[in-house]
Design a protein around this ligand. Structure first.
Ligand code: ASP
Length: 343
């Protein structure tokens, strides 16, 4: 009897040991022309503090036994509420002076995903994306339909003014002034237009936010939220809410959240490409992410970066732009935050 009991005990503790995986969380707050010389020490500090706040809050969820999905929504919501980033409050403006937000989330365990696009009244687009994933048979809802759904789900709705940020509005005005002087960079029939060498990254400033995480159950998740790109027209939707482009998660490979010039990320199916290289070419997470961001995207002229994590807790944060607001927290429980290349 005693022997049986001991065997059972041994069996359950072994189960527990395999269930307990390394936890880890990575966030980004957008990539672009982020140069040290263009930032005041105060701005630098403010960004780092906010990134650290999001990291520690997301990591605490994992540390307390929460799921990667819970950690992702916690970290992203903190960045959405901050006007420093182009997501939620502080989102960039469309050509018509509005804020139209996109977000997506994916669960690497179930393979389920949810997304919203072009919404203007949902306080937290990442929560709306999660509601689509968990409480609807669909993957992506857009515009008024998405807002009606969010309302029915009891999510917090706001007046569009909630998203207003003076700094972003001035950014739009600058871009539009330049358009007047130089003629529009936008040419609907020319895929390279609005994207070529005349493209001024400083003013279209990215600043999308995202988070990827792995929990103690070995499940990965990814979430991304954005206002898109300054001066966007005609209900433009970027890569963020497109599963496989800006957001992707699969326990078998990795979770990815991207930031950068969305059109390139869509055409090159960036997030899924990283997972596919791991799955079919047997590349490590780091090799796959490097190849896609530093080689494939660069060849095509696409600027930006990604954050990625696998179920072993390996992480990658490559970017081919000047800088990327980013950070990670792993088993040592210390937040590591970076803005520029190497620091
Ligand atoms: N990828 C986003 C978009 O194109 C922009 C960004 O990452 O800042 O909508």
């Amino acid at each position: 009897m005693m022997k049986k009991l001991l065997l059972l005990l041994f069996f359950f503790s072994a189960l527990g040991a395999t269930a307990q995986q390394k936890i880890g969380l990575v966030i980004h707050g957008g990539a672009g022309t982020i140069k040290k010389e263009n930032m005041t020490p105060e701005q630098d500090k403010e960004y780092r503090q906010k990134l650290q706040e999001a990291l520690t809050a997301g990591y605490a969820v994992l540390d307390e036994g929460g799921t990667s999905l819970e950690a992702v929504t916690t970290a992203v919501q903190i960045l959405e509420t901050s006007p420093l980033f182009n997501a939620g409050r502080g989102a960039v403006f469309t050509h018509d002076g509005k804020n139209e937000l996109d977000a997506a989330i994916m669960d690497g365990n179930t393979g389920l995903a949810g997304a919203v696009a072009a919404v203007s009244h949902i306080k937290s687009p990442i929560l709306a994306a999660q509601a689509v994933m968990l409480h609807s048979p669909h993957v992506m809802l857009v515009g008024e339909g998405a807002e009606q759904f969010a309302r029915e789900q009891g999510l917090e709705m706001v007046e569009p003014e909630y998203f207003f940020d003076q700094r972003r509005f001035e950014q739009l005005k600058r871009v539009q002034e330049r358009e007047k002087e130089q003629g529009s960079l936008y040419s609907p029939n020319q895929p390279g237009s609005y994207q070529g060498k005349d493209f001024h990254f400083e003013d279209y400033k990215f600043g999308t936010v995202g988070c990827v995480a792995v929990d103690e159950y070995g499940n990965v998740a990814a979430g991304t939220s954005t206002g898109g790109m300054t001066n966007k027209r005609y209900g433009r939707v970027g890569d963020v809410p497109i599963i496989g482009a800006g957001t992707y998660a699969d326990n078998e490979t990795c979770a990815v959240s991207a930031t950068g010039h969305g059109e390139y990320f869509i055409r090159n199916v960036v997030a899924y490409d990283i997972a596919a290289l791991m799955k079919y070419e047997d590349l490590s997470l780091e090799e796959a992410a490097e190849k896609v961001v530093m080689e494939k995207l660069v060849e095509k002229g696409g600027s930006g970066g990604v954050i990625a994590i696998d179920r072993e807790g390996n992480i990658a944060m490559p970017f081919n732009s000047e800088g990327m607001f980013r950070g990670y927290m792993k088993e040592d429980g210390e937040p590591h935050v970076f803005i520029y290349k190497g620091e």
